[in-house]
Design a protein around this ligand. Structure first.
Ligand SMILES: [Zn+2]
Length: 97
């Protein structure tokens, strides 16, 4: 879950931890929301197609019946990462030697 909607408002949450950006926005303020989270050093990145395919929860190829749609996550086109997780990922990359 990356963008949560509730009663006409939306909020960005981190894909790697329970953190949420501290502001909520009306649907028409989507562009402002993205600009604000980027300004707060959140990472907003397109999901690459290969990773998105691995997250497909369809069982049609296994069982040949109708694909499962109930309870599936809506496909997100972007990932959102809070500054703390982004920093942790950066630190981890440099720690192998
Ligand atoms: Zn996070």
């Amino acid at each position: 879950m990356s963008i949560v909607r509730h009663e006409g408002l939306q909020q960005i949450t981190c894909d790697s931890c329970p953190a949420a950006f501290g502001e909520t926005y009306a649907d028409e303020d989507f562009g402002q929301m993205i600009a604000d989270v980027k300004a707060a050093r959140w990472l907003v990145r397109p999901v690459n197609a290969a990773a998105a395919a691995r997250n497909d929860r369809s069982t049609q190829d296994l069982f040949g019946s109708a694909p499962r749609i109930a309870g599936g996550k809506a496909q997100q086109k972007f990932t959102h990462t809070c500054p703390a997780c982004a920093k942790a990922a950066r630190d981890q990359r440099g720690s192998l030697i």
